[in-house]
Each structure stands twice: as C-alpha cells, then as structure tokens.
Design a protein around this ligand. Structure first.
Ligand code: PMP
Length: 431
C-alpha cells in the first residue's frame, strides 16, 4: 500500500496549515507518521489520494449514517445548490428540518440551528446560565463538547471543586467555573451539588459517552443526574451531537426515556454538511433572541444546503422502520467479530457498544470512566489500526475513539472486516 500522494500533500499542507490539518485528530499521529488525505467516498468506502480504497468505519466521526454519496442526499444538495446557496434571511427548509427534529426528540419543543457542535454547546451553556442566573457548569472527564473555552477544563489536582484550563488561551476564570467530575460516578455529582448546588447552572453530559471510546452510562446514572439537577434548580443538558439520530430516531433521550432540559445536536442533522443545533423546553428556548434576551446569532445558521442534506438523510431514517434496527445489527455484528477475533488471537480486548456505536479497548473491562481508558494499550491499538488499514479498513485514527458503522455496510463489508481481524489482532497482541 503506497501513500506517497498523501505524504506530498502533507508536506504542502505543513507549509500553510498548523500541523498540516484542520482538526488535530486528523494528523493520525497516534497511528501513522503522516495523515492520509481523502479523495472521495462512495457508499461504504473511502479512497485516499493514492487511490487506496478503505472500508470507512469512521464516517466523518458520525454524520454519514447513510454512507458516502447517498443518491437522495446528493440530489437534495444538487437541487438546492441550483436554487440558492444561502440567503441570510429565513427559508422554508429551516422550518421543515426543525419540525422533523421537534417531532423526533421528545425533550425538544423548539430548536435553533447553528453551524457546529461547538456552537451548539456554547449556546446551550449561555442559555442555561441566563435561565438560572448561575455560572458554574458541571462536565465529566472524558466527555467532549467541542472547543468552547468553558468546556476545555480538566479537574484540578486534589479537590474536585476547582478546574484548570486544558489549553493555553483559555482563561483560568473560564475553567474555574467548570467543575470536572468523573463519568458514571453519581456520588461525585451529589457531593458537588451538596457543596455548591446554589451556584450550578447546568450539568452537561454525553448520555452515552463516545469521545473516550464508547462508555455507556451505568444503570441509574442518567436518572440520578436528572433527579439531582432538578432538586437543585440546575439544568440538565444532553450533548447528543453523536447519539442524536444515531442510537435511534428519538436519540439517547428516547432510548432512556429521559427529559433533559436542553439538547445539543450536530453533524448528523446536516447529513455531512456543517451544522449544529440546540433545543429544549419551550420556556427556556423562548429566552433566546429575538424572542428573548439571550443573544445568539449566525450569518450561515440554517444553511439551505445543510438543511437540504439533513432533511434528506433524516427523512430517509424517519420513514424506514428498518433503518435503526439494521444500523444496530450492523454494529453488533462488528462487535461480535471483534470479540471472537480477540479471543481467537488471545489478545485482551474489551468491546463496548451502544446502538450504532462501538469501540475496542486493549485492556480488561469494563471501561467506565476516563481513568479506566488510561489502561487502554495505545501501542496495541496502533499496530491493530495499521494492520487493518493495510487490509483496506479505515478505523478511527486514535485509541479511545468510537467506530461508526453506517447503513452502507452490508454482509460483504462485515465479512471484509471480520476477515481482516485475525492478522490485525495478532499484530496487536505482538505489539
Ligand atoms: N459534542 C460532542 C459529543 C462531540 O462529539 C463533538 C465533536 N465530535 C462536539 C460536541 C463538537 O462538535 P464540532 O466538532 O462540530 O464542533
């Protein structure tokens, strides 16, 4: 497998772009010397600049639930492109996509479109702070909510009740108002509320964590967050940027039967075009400008192209009763193949799943929080990733990330994946 064209593109990119990439994980540093550069996608497959074909199990980190180039999505974009790219005033497609989202997500009465997941969480936090008149936000280690200053915080040493920035440029004050607690640890949340409940505006959580690998919530955890936040007059924000319209049409909130006050959505609702959204209870959303006093805006918000692509993808998912069961079954088939392969290769590997999502940790399980993920043997993952790539399977280019199946995967693709595992898991074992 030659990747010479990617290498040359990387050398050019390095001269004009920091690290040669537009988002850090694309550097592929954990698994390769230089990044692969993608050229085109088709169904379940992606082709790199050298013409190598890979089964795409990354799917742009989630949005491509229908795979690459689904004819309905491409046609919707083409049709809209011929009509207009953007208006800067309201348009019909924004209403239609909002209606679809409000109809699908039980806890969303109104929704506001933005252009990324980061904008969605940033705006939801502003709204939560305005609605409660409080400043402190609780987040969980290992959950990612975009690069919002206030959410780029990590727990300080010792007491869990003050946090530090994770990046230079994030003011200490911005991080101080964020409490970072371990995921899946309800007593830690109860203790934080006992100490500072009157200051806490919101708890933001990935209802199924997928940014430290897939870490499902333990029994009663999300229900506990709902109970504690409500008891203290704080809001519960579900960040469903990954789980929304992936785990099922009604998202994780539908899966668990919970009613967060606010919900953040992202890439999935744009079918692969840049978009995000936040929504929730009507009385809260009515605080957003121009109805209310909480300012939030965007020139390209509700981009007609993104709305058209999102509507095409989500309508297909909403109208096909078999879609989510099939996506879930595909994920389960990949997980089963991984478990069986690991056993046959005699390598310690914990496979964790949620509907439409899975990940493999090279350590004993269960993996329940970020501390547990530190046991994951990244050297083994690197060997595994490389051997899979050599056999034409593209996995997330970093350990502790989720594998994203798509509906473009059929029996043949599941077979390709399974066939590549013996060699790759043996490489992992010997790494
Ligand atoms: N929230 C979650 C749960 C995410 O996974 C991500 C990014 N993958 C974001 C927020 C940020 O979204 P974006 O990269 O579109 O800003």
């Amino acid at each position: 497998m030659t990747t010479q064209a990617s290498k040359l593109l990387y050398e050019r990119a390095l001269r004009v772009t920091p690290g040669g990439v537009n988002s850090p994980v694309r550097s592929m540093r954990q698994v390769r010397e230089y990044p692969l550069f993608a050229e085109r996608g088709e169904g379940a497959y992606v082709y790199d600049a050298d013409g190598n074909r890979y089964l795409d199990l990354l799917c742009s980190w989630g949005p491509l639930i229908l795979g690459h180039g689904h004819p309905a999505v491409v046609e919707a974009i083409r049709r809209q492109a011929a009509r207009a790219l953007t208006f800067g005033i309201a348009s019909r497609l924004e209403v239609e996509l909002a209606e679809l989202i409000v109809g699908a997500l039980p806890a969303v009465d109104e929704v506001r479109f933005v252009s990324s997941g980061t904008e969605a969480t940033m705006s939801a936090i502003r709204l939560a702070r305005a609605a409660t008149g409080r400043d402190v936000v609780v987040k969980f280690a290992g959950c990612y909510h975009g690069h919002v200053d206030a959410l780029l915080a990590r727990a300080g040493s010792g007491a869990a009740l003050s946090s530090l920035p994770v990046s230079p440029g994030v003011p200490a004050k911005a991080a101080q108002d964020t409490l970072v607690l371990p995921y899946n640890d309800l007593p830690a949340v109860e203790a934080a509320f006992a100490a500072r409940g009157g200051e806490i505006a919101a708890v933001i959580v990935e209802p199924i964590a997928a940014n430290m690998g897939v870490v499902p919530p333990v029994e009663g955890y999300l229900q506990g967050l709902r109970r504690v936040t409500r008891a203290h007059g704080a809001l519960l924000i579900f960040d469903e940027v990954i789980t929304g319209f992936r785990v099922r049409l009604s998202g994780a909130q539908g899966l668990f039967g919970l009613d967060p006050d606010l919900t953040c959505l992202g890439k999935v609702i744009g079918g692969g075009l840049p978009v995000g959204a936040y929504g929730g209870r009507r009385d809260l959303m009515e605080r957003v400008a121009p109805q209310g006093d909480v300012y939030q805006a965007g020139t390209l918000s509700g981009s007609p192209l993104a709305m058209a692509a999102g509507l095409a993808q989500l309508s297909l998912l909403a109208d096909d009763a078999a879609a989510y069961p099939r996506l879930q079954a595909t994920g389960q088939a990949l997980a089963r193949a991984l478990r069986e392969g690991a056993q046959a290769a005699d390598v310690t590997c914990t496979v964790q799943e949620a509907p439409g999502l899975l990940s493999a940790f090279f350590c004993e399980g269960p993996v329940r929080d970020q501390t547990d993920t530190e046991r994951n043997a990244t050297g083994r993952y690197r060997a595994f990733w490389q051997a899979m790539a050599e056999q034409g399977i593209l996995l997330p280019p970093a350990a502790n990330e989720a594998i994203f199946p798509s509906l473009a995967l059929g029996e043949a693709e599941i077979g390709l994946f399974a066939a590549a595992l013996p060699r790759a898991l043996a490489s992992a074992r010997d790494a």
